[in-house]
Design a protein around this ligand. Sequence first.
Ligand SMILES: [Zn+2]
Length: 67
Amino acid sequence: MAKKQTFVDKMTKVESHSEKIKCPACKQDTSVTYAKFVDSKISEKSGAWKFLERKVRLCGNCGAIVS
Ligand SMILES: [Zn+2]
């Protein structure tokens, strides 16, 4: 069966949380922003789409990725 799927390069969903951190990049006390990245890849073995989800935390002030 031929299954057509829309190519999705990167979807970013940003959620704001009230979690406070001290950002190592801008040295500010700020709230954390969560960004969800979904990477789509074609599996080399099966040729099927794979979706890899990962969550990163971003500084709400300067946007740097904090861990
Ligand atoms: Zn920052």
